[in-house]
Design a protein around this ligand. Sequence first.
Ligand SMILES: [Fe+2]
Length: 370
Amino acid sequence: MFTYYMPTRIYAGENAVQKNAEALVLGSRAMIVTGAHSGKKSGALDDVLAVLQEKSIPALVYDKIENNPTIESAVLGGRAAREFGADFLIGIGGGSPLDAAKAIAVYAANPPAEGSDFEMMDIFKGTFRNAPLPMAAIPTTAGTGSETTHYSILTLHSIKNKQSFSSPLVFYKSAFLDGRYTVKLPLQVARNTAVDAMSHLLEGFTDTRASAATDYIALEGLRIIGPRLSKLKNGGLTTEDCTALLWAASLGGIVIAQTGTTIVHSMGYPLTYYKDIPHGMANGLLLGEYLRRTAEVLPEKVNSALSALGFGTLSEYCMTLQELLPCGESFTKEELENWTENTIKSKNVAICPFPVTRADEIDIFKACLL
Ligand SMILES: [Fe+2]
């Protein structure tokens, strides 16, 4: 038995925002949640502001979202939305602004008392007194899939790690996928984010919550990414390729919204927290060893995933990952062992296709990083 739920309406193609303005305008006062650069550089912010102006919708551009946003910055964003009187949000950016917008939507409608850490942390229970503000998403990277998930991942300095919350109430109402917003990304950013999308598809395809529905979608996502790996390696992605990669990333989101992610993600978080390694690259460093162990228990699934990507063997695939992800970082045995103290507690461990102990995680880290 399985269930499937995905309430986000997707508009994909060039000028998706301009052509579907009615789906972008979800209220009468908008707060746009974005980072310092991504909204402006991609051209998405200008397109959104033009639509809102034409519809006479007052808008506040809240561009204070940092990379790997903290829970504190989401609380501040919620306060800004309340002070402006926003009744809907538009998230523009990569995973950081799109995840932050979900938390801001919650805090805008459920203000924690000033300085109340306890109430602030209530978000991780996933139940809220008041419904979060409705949201529209415009991804400016093709990786996170946040536009089609009900997850938000926040950095918690108190535990020196990231923690996610989820609620069906924070699915985006609408998402706009336009390759014009990602075609000018630096190549390494395009690679890192594509590997994140690929990681969602592969983890969701192999974890214990995979179903007939998610298998079908995951393979389709991998078939879209596969033929574009050489352009990701060498450059030359067209706007059309970029819209296709955005769609593949949304498919990755759709998959993990049903299945969750595995230890690739939970073990990747400390690489980002302690070493500042971009999220997608962190996943990519761990993906090869994850698939090698998965192939021991699910050989047919790993083979069909590899062939959907266009590879005959796992070692060919691992070679491509290495070419896509030049990581100059070095690690010590002690660091890796310390990180597993937290990573082994993650709920992702339970849905892994193979049993994972703390000693296994140490071995996986060593195999991938030393
Ligand atoms: Fe991810």
